[in-house]
Design a protein around this ligand. Structure first.
Ligand code: ADP
Ligand code: MG
Length: 371
């Protein structure tokens, strides 16, 4: 994706910030709008009671104000990622922020049947199929989707509820992947939306059965794109992770009922580990990055300082009522801006291509010898 002016290079994690309007509850609680937008679409300052006369200033690759549309966010945050996935790169988009800051609204949309307000995932899917229609006829494609949830350090398959604790594996060709996860081959945008609906329903059912709150789990929608050149046989595999993270607020504040301290710690483990991984990646003094400390960071290892083009969307409320959480969310985003990934095209050459390359090299040598 093209580097934006505040992004040091295209391998850095792009950080985009989105505010939602104040809701009725916040207004009732005496909240005022605490966001001061810069004129350049990149900077924002938060004012609030706790900060005295000073305002906290932040800059990002892009700041979206509370009246931005789903289409605006898609164009900036996701359209360039889809282009890169078709070139053979891995991509990741994840949404971070406190509960009710707009993560699900941004990633999925308020309602999968509300076409106008569709979030990033349905729009990305449409864009993938548009790319397919416009692609070179000699390319063959396959698209697979998986949908999982990480809750209490267990990976649950949202497309097959009987798989409640999936393992993470790693091998040389596939990189890091979730072992035994359901992968559904899809041939149309409608099929994918149906898969999303099934996953979303299972997510609600599972959280109700366990008496848990779905805002405490991470949802990962995974699209795998394979492109095979029909003549040469060369192949590119790319994976796109679309992640709706658990709420970043402290468990204590919302006071999940009946929860033991151990449970509370476990729930936050993946998110705390994400913070630690980001700190380790941005702190030049540390060599050890604790990816293995949680399921989330292990699955997303390639997206954090590895082989992926990654975009983080930090979601925030505009209300002074939530200003301290907003500042903490924006600080997380600022830190993530400094992570550098090492993205490369996931291409394998076919035997025919290697032979052709070798022959070209031999011919060139012969030509030079002949001279
Ligand atoms: P989260 O997933 O972060 O917990 P949600 O996405 O569920 O939060 O958002 C909470 C509520 O606020 C939902 O009713 C959602 O539709 C609304 N909302 C979130 N972001 C926006 C926005 N940018 N514009 C309008 N409404 C929004
Ligand atoms: Mg949500």
């Amino acid at each position: 994706m093209p580097a934006t002016d505040t992004q040091k290079n295209r391998n850095n994690i792009r950080v985009i910030c989105r505010f939602r309007p104040q809701n009725g509850k916040e207004k009732k609680a005496g909240g005022a709008d605490c966001v001061n937008y810069g004129e350049d679409d990149h900077s924002v300052a938060i004012s609030g009671k706790g900060f005295g006369a000073t305002m906290k200033m932040f800059t990002f690759d892009r700041v979206f104000n509370a009246s931005s549309t789903q289409a605006d966010v898609f164009e900036t945050a996701a359209a360039p990622v889809v282009d890169e996935v078709f070139k053979g790169y891995n991509g990741t988009i994840f949404a971070y922020g406190q509960t009710s800051a707009g993560k699900t609204h941004t990633m999925q949309g308020p309602d999968l049947d509300d076409f106008h307000n569709r979030g990033l995932i349905p729009r990305i899917i449409d864009s993938v199929f548009t790319h397919l229609e416009e692609a070179d006829a000699s390319l063959e494609f396959s698209i697979k989707v998986s949908y999982v949830e990480i809750y209490m350090e267990k990976i649950r398959d949202l497309l097959d509820v009987s798989k409640a604790n999936l393992p993470i594996h790693e091998d040389r060709t596939r990189g890091i992947f979730i072992g035994g996860v359901t992968e559904i081959h899809v041939g149309s945008p409608e099929e994918i939306v149906n898969v999303m609906k099934l996953g979303a329903r299972n997510r609600i059912v599972a959280s109700t059965n366990m008496n848990a709150d779905s805002s405490r789990s991470h949802a990962l929608f995974i699209v795998t794109l394979t492109q095979v050149h029909s003549e040469s046989g060369s192949r590119k595999d790319s994976r796109l992770y679309l992640v709706d993270l658990a709420g970043s607020e402290k468990v204590g504040k919302t006071g999940a009922a009946g929860q033991t301290l151990e449970e509370a710690k476990m729930i936050n483990k993946s998110l705390a580990a994400l913070g630690n991984v980001i700190n380790a990646l941005t702190d030049r003094k540390t060599n050890h990055v604790p990816y293995r400390d949680s399921k989330l960071t292990r699955v997303l290892q390639e997206s954090l300082g590895g082989n992926s083009l990654t975009t983080l969307i930090v979601c925030c409320s505009s209300s002074s009522f939530n200003a301290p959480e907003t500042v903490s969310t924006l600080r997380f985003g600022e830190r993530a801006k400094m992570i550098e990934n090492k993205a490369k095209v996931n291409q394998e050459r076919s035997v025919a291509e290697y032979k052709a390359l070798l022959k070209a090299a031999h011919d060139e040598i012969a030509r030079l010898k002949g001279k």
